[in-house]
Design a protein around this ligand. Sequence first.
Ligand code: NAD
Ligand code: IPM
Ligand code: MN
Length: 357
Amino acid sequence: MTHRIAVIPGDGIGKEVMPEGLRALEAAAARFDIDLELAHFDFASCDYYAEHGQMLPDDWFETLKDFDAIFYGAVGWPATVPDHISLWGSLLQFRRRFDQYINLRPCRLLPGIKSPLANRKPGDIDFYVVRENTEGEYSSVGGKMFEGTDREVVIQETVMTRHGTDRVLKFAYELAASRPRKKLTSATKSNGIAITMPWWDERVAAMGANYPDVAVDQFHIDILTANFVMHPDWFDVVVASNLFGDILSDLGPACTGTIGVAPSANINPEGTFPSLFEPVHGSAPDIAGKGIANPIGQVWSGAMMLEHLGHKEAGDAIVAAFEAVLAEGDKSLLTPDVGGTGTTESLGRAIAARLAG
Ligand code: NAD
Ligand code: IPM
Ligand code: MN
């Protein structure tokens, strides 16, 4: 069976890490005899915006909807396009229109990478953030009043639906139930956000009735961020609303030494639409053009994509390959964020070579 993949590098380091993500994918495809058909697109980038005045072509939905998956780099170039224009014009459209309501973000301390937290070693940090990905605080409900006057008012509503909340909670409980520790932590803020978040807590408890084997706890988001730093070993699966999940999924990887390695899967579990795989990080304008971005976030996202497409063994082989390269610790191959003197390409090539065997 051929898997049709839409490849969208985007902006900044997205264009630098994507070739390494593809290099690993192609090495895995060759080794495991997987047939990948790649189609490359230049839209959903700020360069495309500069030429066309919009981030996406009018027919983007038709163009992408029948692909088996989308492999994305990163988008955003705030020097030329305001972030809310570029992101709402691209990535956030994909997530919403393709109903990718799960954003699955593993967070693991990898061999050979030093955690900024004292005395943490691989095994101590190993959890998933399950982030609601289509509603919540990321809503387009709201507006401005009395603009330009001293009575200016801006309102942006949080929208949580029972359908949207229960389906992400179910996914998180299922994931927790499938893991040895069977532990789920809910990110809340029901002390201060007194309408939506107490309701979120109720939905967490109601869904929990179906999963008696899963131990559930909850923390308000403020102390939860502190506990990520002080007690990352407490966590197994963490479920969160869209914004809380966004914050936790940068903080978690930071505790593992660099956000450059963190992957994500934006999943439409029903398979009605393509799911989208991308690193957690953005386009990193501060290092773009230098060839030093860590490609592992992109490579690992490719592994998640292969697993999603039914090739778990190949996905696992990709993970084993970058873990082996990191564990070996040849600084000349590794990128600076993990203490190396190498480049995006040297690390990407080392991973692909390891995969080839
Ligand atoms: P960022 O993730 O791009 O960068 C944050 C910091 O992490 C920077 O110092 C950067 O150099 C470093 N970093 C990120 N990826 C790295 C990698 N692979 N290797 C080594 N270091 C890495 O976040 P930001 O600066 O807030 O955002 C920059 C742009 O990216 C903005 O336009 C933002 O909206 C966009 N963004 C896009 C996505 C996405 O496409 N999913 C995610 C986050 C931010
Ligand atoms: C992410 C990013 C996006 C988000 C931005 C760029 C809109 O930070 O994928 O984590 O907030 O979801
Ligand atoms: Mn983010």
